[in-house]
Design a protein around this ligand. Sequence first.
Ligand code: IMP
Length: 182
Amino acid sequence: MNLNNDIKKILVTNEQIEARCKELGEQIAIDYEDKKPILLSLLRGSIPFVTTLSKYISIPLEFDYMKASSYHGGTSSTGNVAISVLPASKLEGRHVIIVEDIVDTGFTLSTVVKILKSYNPASIEIASLLDKPSMRKVDDLKIKYNGFVVPAEFVVGYGLDYNELYRQLPYVGVLKEEIYNK
Ligand code: IMP
């Protein structure tokens, strides 16, 4: 079985992702000069993105991780966000960049931002590979560093999964409906 056969169409190629990560990474390096930011990746979907993005951020930075989930196996957000891993670093007074794979309803990130604010960081910004703005249900979310805007379709690849599969695909593609309507 070849996972590529389950993809209806490719929305963002690997070359486009690499080029956009270079632009975003270079911008972050300018914006955070002398600030030693913490790249706080949301597990598990943001790992390929943070790996590519961080290659282009040529200033000192640290990595940390948090785990938040809202899908619980399906293809639509439940709005019920479960946090199961908290950051290990001391965030007080630090500049935090949350790194996410996709912003859909926005429930996950607004919950994460609320939790992180309680640690009194110096600043919090968001970097997301993808944004699905037509699905947004919270209105106070600002994504400072966004890779690509995608339509309201279920996408996989470059970290994004369906039932934990497809994360390793080197591009972002729309999953064939028959896969999740089985
Ligand atoms: P939100 O809380 O609705 O913004 O959802 C954010 C999370 O839902 C992301 O971190 C993803 O894990 C997941 N998600 C949203 N849209 C998609 C998609 O099209 N494919 C795969 N996962 C998605």
